[in-house]
Design a protein around this ligand. Structure first.
Ligand SMILES: [Zn+2]
Length: 468
């Protein structure tokens, strides 16, 4: 079905700051960076900043993972007399395209005439707030306490677990991951402001340090500071702007690739796509590593083109084992318990109290029997608040894993293996911990594990896992 707002609005101006290597924009403030982008976007559109009366923010109005924008501050800073529409998307990651859709909502509803989206990146990072290690350095909260102790320290680490699962299911190779990186680098040569533009060879990719096996440093996003602003208005008003308007055919946020909303094929030459979609991870383990996926028989992915092809003889685990011979990490160790802190809430406290007694439990709905982890106030299946805490066997199987090489808190070389474990006796629940009792190279998806208890700070006890 074609999007109801197709072609009703248009992008009329784009502005951006220079891009900075991570942290190098300091001590400029986020309002300084974003303000420059907005003023440049206004100039591009042939508008005065006083004409802007709407804001549509990307990802919860965040600037990076720490700071948040405030419309009142923009009005003060830039001298904007009236803003009649201001809204923000939820969640992190895939919001740059979604924010355009949010602006369209305000424009078509006549809540504003010219909406600015400070969308793609208005991100300023410091050592404390590095995007790549953002989860590892945050103060723990009751939900993140089910993820943070595993050392999956940032978006790249979380994607490493997803990448491993993808390799397992589809036979995606390390070479294919390298081709994605090389393609991204080649695109940067078209962009004047790009920081790294030199062509990248597969050899350079393979020599890149492994941060969270299967992902290398070059697989991770290049961490940059900088701001981009986009100005959107109605198609009618757009004709009076400086440049030919770029009509917004369709917009979808946080959904699958709904190209059909535009009524056109994505490869059609007349169309330009603004596409930004991080994997739908969240900081909890609940939605992180995906669920319900099953391997297609003999499906693998051709390096580079992403298309599956039938290959009945293909054995992804065997090929992965052969490839990994060159990557020796040593024994899998647990992150030091004295560095780990957790936080609890009334909903999660019973889990941790049971752990103190070396009893593994999972949150089960007392009304309908549905399991959920991390524990939450309501059962997502029947809305009941009543919980049961059955004692589990403490065994499970590895759903996915990563091999990480640096302590997220200290930065020192340290091999640890975050594992996502399907828990026996609690269907649909997974727990994330570290694995020990084998070499990091010996971990496999599907291998059996059993719980191992680790004393952490403040007298709490953390469930980790041991091979076998
Ligand atoms: Zn229920």
């Amino acid at each position: 079905m074609t999007w109801a707002n197709k072609d009703k609005c248009a992008i009329v101006g784009i502005g951006a700051t220079d891009y900075y290597v991570r942290g190098k924009s300091w001590p400029r403030s986020i309002y300084d960076l974003a303000g420059e982008a907005i003023l440049k976007a206004c100039d591009d559109a042939g508008l005065s900043v006083q004409q802007i009366d709407g804001f549509a923010y990307y990802a919860g109005a965040t600037a990076g993972y720490v700071d948040k924008f405030d419309t009142g501050s923009f009005m003060e800073t830039l001298g904007m007399p009236q803003v009649s529409f201001t809204a923000a998307l939820t969640s992190g990651g895939g919001g740059s395209a979604g924010a355009i859709g949010l602006a369209v909502a305000g424009l078509t509803n006549e809540d504003c005439k010219y909406a600015v989206t400070v969308t793609v990146m208005a991100c300023q990072q410091t050592e404390r707030a590095r995007l790549g290690a953002s989860f590892g350095t945050m103060k723990p909260d009751p939900e993140s306490s089910f993820l943070q102790p595993s050392g999956l320290a940032g978006p790249g680490h979380l994607v490493s677990v997803l990448a491993r699962r993808h390799m397992h299911l589809y036979g995606t190779t390390r070479e294919a991951l390298g081709e994605v990186v090389m393609a991204s680098r080649s695109y940067s040569q078209n962009r004047a402001k790009a920081i790294r533009k030199s062509p990248l060879s597969m050899l350079e990719y393979e020599e890149s340090v492994v941060l969270a096996d299967p992902l290398r440093r070059l697989d991770f996003c290049l961490e940059t500071d900088g701001a981009v602003a986009v100005i959107t208005t109605t198609a009618q008003r757009a004709v009076d702007c400086r440049h030919p308007p770029v009509l917004v055919h369709a917009c979808a946020h946080g959904a699958s690739r709904e190209w059909r909303r535009s009524g056109e094929h994505p490869r059609r030459a007349s169309q330009r796509n603004l596409y930004h979609r991080h994997d739908s991870h969240r900081r909890s383990g609940r939605a992180g590593p995906g669920r319900g996926d099953q391997p297609g028989p003999g499906l693998r992915t051709r390096p580079g083109d992403g298309r599956p092809c039938a290959d009945p003889g293909f054995q992804p685990d065997r090929e992965e084992g052969l490839m990994r011979q060159a990557l020796k990490h040593g024994p899998a160790r647990l992150l030091p318990g004295e560095q780990i802190t957790i936080a609890t809430s009334p909903d999660t406290e019973p889990f941790w109290q049971a752990a103190k007694q070396h009893r593994l439990t999972a949150c089960q709905c007392a009304a309908c029997g549905h399991f959920r982890m991390p524990p939450t106030a309501f059962c997502p299946n029947c809305s009941s608040r009543d919980k049961a805490w059955p004692t589990l066997s403490g065994t499970g199987t590895v759903f996915s894993y990563a091999i990480c090489t640096r302590n997220p808190l200290t930065g020192e070389d340290f091999v640890y293996v975050p594992v996502v474990v399907d828990l026996d006796g609690a269907p649909g629940t997974r727990l994330i911990g570290n694995l020990t009792g084998c070499g990091a190279e010996d971990v496999r998806i599907g291998m059996p594990v059993s719980v191992e208890w680790t004393e952490i700070r403040d007298g709490w006890v953390l469930p980790n896992f041991r091979a076998g």
